[in-house]
Design a protein around this ligand. Structure first.
Ligand SMILES: NC(=O)C1=CN([C@@H]2O[C@H](COP(=O)(O)OP(=O)(O)OC[C@H]3O[C@@H](n4cnc5c(N)ncnc54)[C@H](OP(=O)(O)O)[C@@H]3O)[C@@H](O)[C@H]2O)C=CC1
Ligand SMILES: O=C1O[C@H](COP(=O)(O)O)[C@@H](O)[C@H](O)[C@H]1O
Length: 524
């Protein structure tokens, strides 16, 4: 490393500047699940609902990033957009172009990538559109494959769940992989998968009658986030956490999602679902499973998903007095939202597990839109030190915080001696901030990682049917009470912390807030 920046080096022979070294680390080989084989040959990715919000903001950008990094090869892959909107190939390309890259070095690839994208227009419940789609895919397969080529077809349903059944029926009837020489047909379905236990089971049965479970990828993009994927490693590859991760040491766990904007033009969708179905029943519950589950037998997808199901089966019913709902003022100004809407845009609730590891430990789930900040994190608060000779309890407890976004980090809040002559204690932290520690690493977008998993046939980070069923069992009684108007959201100001009653619930559940200390993400 050159130390020419240091003015004292000449006099002392040493550099006195601080440098953040770009250290190489000891890395293990990446883990490969034995059954997953790297395949080659023609790959068709079909984005259904290509005219929509998710497709332009997440699906196409993720595909572009995979292409840019060489995971999608131009001699193998073709991407098809499909929707009812009547637009040309170029119109679709122009719609998505602006979402593809922010970095200058990636600009060149954009036009090449867009040439791989074609558009087919059609309805979701009639054969004609799907026959045209099948013909377009087949044409690509014939032109790409050598005589003995395979055919891999990935259908990404970026659509409202209400159209999943007709779309799956049409795919099954008209668009399946036909090659005798190998390949597959897979479908990716988005959340929310149903509205309650009954509708979700109905949807699962309909889709299950058309596709086998290994062909269905129920995506929950929180499972593709870097720090969520780190949870298994953190918990099961670090000896120091093993004795601490249980009811003997942990007082409470919080899993928090906050957004500083409202429903932003998605009011019609959101009002039908609400914050519990949109965020808590899927994203936060999946995170909770990874925090609470036992060590799986191996990293095989089925072993991991078996452990998640056991956690989900251990929940006690949610009590109404452990739920606070909110709705931000101005939510019903959206013309697609009825004035008398009872839909919560905020919820805090306590979930309780009835098992040996977690009995008595509240898992506090908190999610809200139009709040005063945007972040998602897991906050594990430890119990007080018995016989605390420093009386440091007043300053705050040990907390292990996993910041999922923004500024990915994990930090451990500790009580330490305040530097100086006095014996005083102060709250501080051990901090692993990703922007600082992994400066040269670009953290992949969740969708990028998960789409790559679907191509590779890795189901580890996708939700299995029985997992989904138990997830709905937990929330359906509460959701029905809200839908029936038995529980009402409390109004809160947009840009606030949410209803004050939520803080009171946190306190009742045992969370002790640290006063006068805040973690600040380090800057470079
Ligand atoms: N947007 C987001 O940030 C996220 C979305 N999701 C999920 O992804 C899926 C797609 O979301 P999003 O893109 O926002 O949805 P959109 O409302 O943008 O719908 C996508 C496309 O589906 C078609 N469509 C819309 N409503 C209907 C309808 N009632 N009947 C038939 N077709 C319809 C439209 O295409 P056309 O009219 O051209 O056929 C539309 O462009 C949903 O399941 C959503 O919950 C999940 C995570 C985040
Ligand atoms: O699934 C959804 O997630 C987004 C938040 O995703 P994030 O990756 O930005 O945290 C949320 O805005 C949306 O309402 C919901 O449908």
């Amino acid at each position: 490393m050159s130390h020419s920046c240091c003015p004292l080096k000449k006099a002392t022979g040493f550099c006195h500047c601080w440098h953040v070294e770009k250290r190489s680390s000891l890395k293990s080989d990446s883990f490969k699940i034995e059954e997953i084989v790297n395949e080659t040959g023609c790959l068709s990715i079909i984005v259904l609902g290509a005219s929509g919000d998710l497709a332009k903001k997440k699906t196409f950008p993720a595909l572009f990033n995979l292409y840019r990094q060489g995971f999608l090869q131009s001699n193998e892959v073709h991407i098809f957009g499909y929707a009812r909107t009547k637009i040309s190939d170029d119109e679709l390309r122009n719609r998505i172009r602006g979402y593809l890259t922010e970095s200058a070095d990636a600009k060149e690839g954009v036009s090449e990538f867009l040439q791989l994208v074609k558009y087919v227009s059609g309805t979701y419940d009639e054969p004609e559109g799907f026959q045209a789609l099948d013909a377009a895919i087949a044409e690509h397969e014939i032109s790409t494959n050598t005589a003995e080529g395979t055919s891999r077809r990935l259908f990404y349903l970026a659509l409202p769940p209400s159209v999943y059944p007709p779309v799956c029926t049409m795919i099954k009837a008209h668009c399946m992989n036909k090659s005798d020489l190998g390949g597959w047909t897979r479908i990716v379905v988005e959340k929310p998968f149903g509205k309650d236990l009954e509708s979700s089971e109905e949807l699962s049965t309909q889709i299950g009658s058309l596709f086998d479970e290994p062909q269905i990828y129920r995506i929950d993009h929180y499972l593709g986030k870097e720090l969520v994927q780190n949870l298994l490693v953190l918990r099961f590859a670090n000896r120091m956490f093993v004795p601490l991760w249980n009811r003997d040491h942990i007082d409470n766990v919080q899993i928090v999602f906050r957004e500083d904007f409202g429903t932003d033009g998605r009011g019609g969708y959101f009002n039908e679902y609400g914050i519990i179905r949109d965020i808590i029943q899927n994203h936060l519950l999946q995170v909770l499973c990874l925090v609470a589950m036992e060590k799986p037998v191996s990293l095989k997808p089925e072993h991991i998903r078996d452990e998640k199901v056991k956690v989900l089966q251990s929940f006690l019913p949610i009590e109404d007095d452990e739920v606070v709902l909110g709705q931000y003022e101005g939510y019903t100004d959206d013309p697609t939202v009825p004035d008398n809407s009872n839909t919560p845009t905020f919820a805090t609730m306590v979930l309780r597990l009835h098992n040996g590891r977690w009995e008595g430990v509240p898992f506090i789930m908190k999610a809200g839109k139009a709040l005063n900040s945007k972040k998602a994190e897991i906050r594990i608060q430890f119990k007080d030190v018995p016989g605390d000779i420093f009386r440091s309890k007043k300053q705050g407890r040990n907390e292990f915080v996993i910041r999922l976004q923004p500024s990915e980090a994990m930090y451990m809040k500790l009580t330490v001696k305040q530097p100086g002559l006095e014996m005083q204690t102060v709250q501080s932290e051990l901090d692993l901030s990703y922007t600082q520690r992994y400066q040269a690493t670009v953290i992949p977008e969740a969708y990028e990682r998960l789409i790559l998993d679907t191509i590779r046939g890795d189901q580890q980070h996708f939700v299995r049917r029985d997992e989904l069923k138990v997830a709905w069992e937990i929330f359906t009684p509460l959701l029905h009470r809200i839908d029936n108007g038995e529980l009402k959201p409390i109004p809160y100001k947009a840009g606030s912390r949410g209803p004050e009653e939520a803080d009171a619930l946190l306190e009742r559940a045992g969370y002790v807030q640290t006063h006068g200390y805040i973690w600040i993400p380090p800057t470079l």
